[in-house]
Design a protein around this ligand. Structure first.
Ligand code: GTB
Length: 217
């Protein structure tokens, strides 16, 4: 059964692959599974039909037969559990790869998002100039730690896994900020992820949504 995912009809990232359908597309491409995409406007995301799939009225969702999922991390985990290629077979290595999935979403992503939101939405607040260096410091500390752990390895735990897929996805949010460039090993790590054929297929698929809208409107 071909799974159906949801994505923005018009992504605010203009096809840069920063919306959260990207890790789902990438995971499906890694395991060689075809998928269909239902594109949603912002208003359609808030309608009851979509809220039945996603309680928070967001993308992405994942439908496969009777199963409906939301949360990109849970969807990537589901894909990785059901298909070979994203989690090691050996039990301990598998548990460590899953740990890196959580680390990407729970430990590394929050300081990246906090800083991004402050820069995007809070610039006009009286406290912005005081708060920004605090957020920058938190992010620096986290990236220092991640960079130390990665060292000169290709991937976080030997072979590429869903943990790397999510970590690279999270770090890509720093593109254009100049932050990643301070960490040559993290920059190279992200570039390695982006060089994977499955990443490219996923990226091109989401870019095509943006390009088609540009061409038809
Ligand atoms: N924790 C959920 C998950 O991982 O699935 C978060 C889902 C989520 O944030 N979805 C966003 C959404 O539907 C799109 S991806 N937003 C609409 C709404 O809440 O009404 C977040 C996102 C959006 C845009 C950019 N960008 O333009 O760079 C990056 C990331």
């Amino acid at each position: 059964m071909t799974p159906i995912i949801t994505a923005f009809e018009q992504s605010p990232d203009r096809g840069r692959g920063l919306a959260r359908d990207m890790p789902v597309r990438w995971a499906l491409a890694e395991v060689g599974r075809p998928y269909e995409v239902r594109l949603l406007s912002f208003s359609a995301m808030k309608e009851s039909a979509h809220r039945a799939l996603h309680p928070f009225g967001q993308i992405p969702t994942y439908e496969e037969g009777d199963l409906a999922l939301f949360e990109s991390g849970a969807i990537v985990f589901h894909i990785a559990e059901r298909h070979a290629g994203l989690l090691p077979d050996e039990a301990n290595a598998r548990a460590r790869a899953i740990t890196w999935m959580f680390a990407a979403l729970n430990t590394v992503e929050p300081p990246i998002v906090d800083r991004g939101i402050a820069m995007l939405l809070e610039r006009d607040k009286a406290w912005y100039q005081e708060r920004l260096p605090i957020l920058e410091d938190r992010l620096r500390k986290r990236l220092d730690e991640l960079s130390s752990r990665l060292g000169d390895a290709d991937w976080l735990d030997n072979t590429f896994s869903a943990g790397d897929l999510l970590m690279v996805t999270v770090l890509r949010r720093l593109h254009g900020s100049g932050v990643l460039e301070r960490y040559p090993n993290l920059s190279a790590y992200v570039a390695r992820g982006e060089a994977r054929p499955a990443f490219k297929r996923a990226f091109d698929a989401q870019l095509a949504v943006f390009a088609n809208r540009v061409n038809t409107h």
